[in-house]
Each structure stands twice: as structure tokens, then as C-alpha cells.
Design a protein around this ligand. Structure first.
Ligand code: SF4
Length: 65
């Protein structure tokens, strides 16, 4: 599974960081940033799905298995 973040859509609610701090950080402007763009460890797939489902701006997308 790969995770992608559309910085144009992100409005900085930081729900993703609250739900999955292993995958996201927050920059100096309050916008989310991915800690590691691309393939994510299988142990974090559930958290990735949770973060994507809870982003009100639909800025997080997942691809692959
Ligand atoms: S939940 Fe979505 S809009 Fe909010 S900071 Fe994360 S990526 Fe950005």
C-alpha cells in the first residue's frame, strides 16, 4: 500500500497526525506532511486507512493493497 498527500487540498485540521503520528507530521504552518512518502509498512495499513477516512478534505489517498 502507498500513501499520498495532496498538499493543495490539506487545510491543516491535523486529524491525520492525531490518528496516525507514525505516518504524519505537522509543518510550521499547521499543514500535514508525510513522514515517508510512498510504500508503507503493513503494520501501519489500518492507521493509514483510518487517517484517509477521517480527512475532511479528502487529501489523503491510498493505492495498492
Ligand atoms: S486530516 Fe487531511 S486536511 Fe487535515 S491535516 Fe490531515 S491531510 Fe490535512
Amino acid at each position: 500500500m502507498q500513501i499520498h498527500l495532496d498538499a493543495e487540498k490539506c487545510q491543516g485540521h491535523n486529524r491525520c497526525y492525531a490518528l496516525a503520528p507514525e505516518l504524519f507530521d505537522v509543518d510550521d504552518y499547521g499543514q500535514a506532511v508525510l513522514l515517508d512518502d510512498g510504500e508503507i509498512d503493513p503494520s501501519l495499513h489500518d492507521k493509514a486507512r483510518l487517517a484517509a477516512a477521517n480527512c475532511p478534505e479528502y487529501a489523503i489517498t491510498l493505492t495498492g493493497d
